[in-house]
Design a protein around this ligand. Structure first.
Ligand code: BGC
Length: 712
């Protein structure tokens, strides 16, 4: 439907502002109104105007209250618009006619004459977007007159996307949207050395650290059919999982032989998914690479791995690509290169005081990604008609003080060193972010290195990297606040958390903190900040001029392992209510081409170094039971309601529940139950990082590294 125009409300008293009244009233474009202004008028005043617009969202009526206020005025023209357009979007509900007064201009160029008092200082109207309207980055704009001579054009509000940051938004995502969970081979399969599987880096790393839970994990190698059944109980239409490289190629290479039992296992799983109507969404590398490569040539720091990865990818496309249409090359390369080759927090467990190895590992991971994408593009796409992308994980960052340019810069650099490290070569100009190149070069020079510690892509490689993704998956869990600091020492022992100073060792002069009001889950890195989803999407779109497709490939919250199983995971219901609503907002309010939501995770699994002590599952896994029984937690029902209705349709019972619990879910209370030890660690509302405790981040263990390598 084509939208009819705007609202006008004039304050009528005794006559008619002959040209303007009817013009505005009947909705002619503003330019026409201006053209009709009688000659001699002084025309629009320069900003700043003495007027402002305040907009509030009214959840009950799913509408916006727009209030224009300021100095006295006689008339207001109000529109909702998109950036760069003067066309109004939608219609306003005009105020009562009794409120309207007549504005008279006795002669062109004259000032206003009135027989009755007509001046006002504020006016309020409502605007209700019809459900399903794609509001994009709409904002409100008004033209305010205080006389026929003086009027201000373009007094505007914040975009609605900001105004709707913390509100519940009833609405839905389009049909065909993928609703899923996400899992990873090492974390669920078990059967670590069964049926010909080779040793992975994570097998070795855990064993070296005396950890064995991953050997059997959830036994999904045996019980995969139950996993698919659970996905069905959740009402999901997609299923994200990863392939174990060494289950398919035991020593990592094709020359070493393809393990038919491994191919059979994944064929069975994929077929089971398809029979049950679930789209397979398959990750080639979720961190469990071949240990042989680590032993023989240093694993990811050696360029040799690029060819091997490409061979492995080709084997997978060949074996499964007739049925798999969504390929992910890497899950969160940041996590495994920093965790594995920087801070010894994940496999293969390298602590690198020189700060060189993580950059080399990342360099080869990016090359391997680009190569595997080109292989798909050139050899398989035409036949298989699928797509190939990457999953990037990063925290969202905001300046602690948005008015301090140094904090703003720090928050931007944080994105560059975290997400941009991988996003810029693939979605940007093909190279590392320039800021990263410059900063690491300067640091290297100061440290006496003959050249930068950041490897250099050739011109050819830059071209080859660029555009090598058919979609991007973002793992979006949480946010941070960044501030500039004169203290450039690499570690901030008093910092709330040392993620930045340890894991982004080249970004000196900035520190990382959080807002004490943010709710916190059991894992210290996990602050509940659902709004980070839309902000990061918005950033990604503008930074890389990339419009999608986007997927939210992981998000979730854990609880500690309780002595008795606890199925009443209200925190997870809250968490998924908040985070799924953000993708609904991204689609409806921001016009994002968003195509799937993947809850982390299907069932409690081996949370890397934390083993089974961190439970992220929608289903509870009984690790004492040889059959690894899985039992639904309460959140299964709530996630199913959301997934099976594409979000929060107006009038659905769960939409009303979500509306009712929304504000509470934004408080700390629902999350307190995630940690039986919360009382011990809680200091003024923020659980402090305790250097004597090992904290686990996605795949990386910081406490031990911090204590052993930095403090001592
Ligand atoms: C990883 C998962 C991990 C989850 C929770 C993600 O970054 O991809 O493997 O289990 O975080 O820590």
């Amino acid at each position: 439907m084509k939208w009819v125009v705007l609202l006008v409300f004039l304050f009528w008293s005794a006559g008619l502002c002959s040209a303007l009244g009817p013009c505005w009233l009947f909705g002619a474009p503003e330019s026409a109104c201006v053209d009709m202004m009688p000659g001699g008028w002084s025309g629009p005043q320069d900003p700043p105007s003495p007027y402002n617009i305040q907009v509030t969202y009214i959840p009950d009526s799913h509408s916006f209250n727009v209030r224009v206020a300021g100095d006295q005025f006689r008339a207001v023209l109000l529109q909702a618009r998109r950036p760069g357009s003067t066309e109004p979007v939608g219609t306003f509900h005009p105020p009562q006619f009794s409120d309207l007064k007549l504005l008279t201009c006795s002669a062109p160029g004259d000032s206003v004459t009135n027989s009755l008092p007509i001046m006002k200082t504020e006016v309020e109207v409502t605007w209700a977007p019809p459900s399903q309207t794609n509001l994009g980055s709409i904002y409100f704009v008004s033209t305010v007159m205080n006389s026929c001579r003086n009027y201000w054009v373009g007094v505007q509000s914040e975009p609605l996307s900001e105004l709707t940051r913390d509100i519940f938004w009833p609405g839905t995502v389009p049909d065909g949207y993928l609703w899923s969970t996400a899992t990873a081979s090492y974390q669920i399969e078990g059967a670590w050395n069964v049926d010909g599987k080779g040793e992975s880096m994570w097998d070795r790393f855990q064993h070296n650290n005396g950890r064995f839970a991953g050997d059997d994990a959830c036994k999904s190698y045996d019980y995969y059919a139950r996993d698919v059944e659970m996905s069905d109980e959740l009402g999901l239409n997609a299923y994200r999982f990863s392939l174990s490289w060494t289950r398919i190629l035991p020593d990592g290479t094709v020359a070493g032989g393809i393990n038919q039992a491994g191919i059979d296992y994944y064929n069975n799983l994929i077929n089971e998914l398809l029979i049950n109507g679930k789209t397979p969404y398959v990750t080639l590398y979720h961190w469990d690479g071949p240990q042989t490569f680590q032993d023989q040539f240093g694993g990811w720091v050696n360029e040799a791995i690029v060819d091997y990865f490409n061979d492995y990818a080709r084997v997978c496309y060949q074996a499964f690509g007739d049925r798999v249409k969504h390929w992910v090359t890497f899950n969160e390369p940041w996590s495994f290169v920093v965790g594995g080759y920087g801070i010894a927090g994940g496999a293969p467990g390298i602590w690198d005081a020189n700060k060189t190895e993580q950059y080399k590992a990342a360099h080869n991971a990016i090359r391997a990604h680009a190569r595997a994408w080109h292989t798909y593009d050139e050899e398989f796409r035409a036949d298989q008609q699928g797509s190939c992308g990457i999953v990037i994980g990063s925290l969202w960052s905001e300046p602690l003080d948005p008015n301090n340019p140094q904090d703003v810069l720090g928050s931007y650099l944080y994105q560059q060193f975290f997400m941009g490290w991988f996003a810029n070569p693939i979605f940007g100009n093909g190279n590392y972010p320039q800021e990263m190149i410059d900063i690491i070069a300067a640091n290297s020079q100061r440290e006496g290195w003959p050249q930068s510690r950041l490897p250099v892509f050739t011109e050819e490689e830059i071209l080859y990297n660029r555009g090598t993704a058919d979609f991007v998956g973002l793992n979006q869990y949480s946010a941070r606040l960044i501030y500039a600091s004169n203290d450039t020492s690499p570690v901030d022992p008093n910092g709330w958390f040392n993620w930045m100073s340890i894991m982004i060792p080249d970004l000196l002069g900035y520190r990382e903190t959080i807002d004490p009001s943010w709710p916190q889950g059991e894992m210290i890195f996990l602050l509940v900040t659902p709004w980070c989803v839309r902000r990061q999407l918005d950033y990604f779109r503008s930074e890389y001029q990339y419009d999608g497709p986007f997927y939210l490939t992981e998000t979730g919250i854990s609880e500690a392992e309780f002595e008795q199983p606890n199925f009443e995971d209200i925190w997870r219901t809250c968490y998924y209510t908040l985070y799924t609503n953000e993708v609904v907002k991204a689609v409806e309010l921001d016009g994002v081409d968003h195509r799937g939501f993947f809850a982390w995770t299907l069932m409690d699994n081996v949370e890397w170094g934390s083993e089974t002590h961190e439970r992220f599952g929608l289903f509870y896994t009984n690790f004492s039971d040889p059959a690894r029984t899985r039992t639904p937690k309460d959140s299964v029902a709530s996630y199913r309601d959301i997934a099976t209705t594409n979000g929060f349709p107006v009038g659905a019972p769960h939409t009303e529940t979500a509306r009712a619990i929304w504000d509470w879910c934004l408080t700390k209370e629902p999350y307190e139950g995630t940690s039986p030890q919360a009382a011990t660690f809680n200091t003024g509302g923020i659980r402090q990082a305790d250097p004597t405790v090992d904290y686990f981040l996605p795949g990386v263990r910081v406490g031990a590294a911090y204590r052993d390598k930095v403090v001592n």
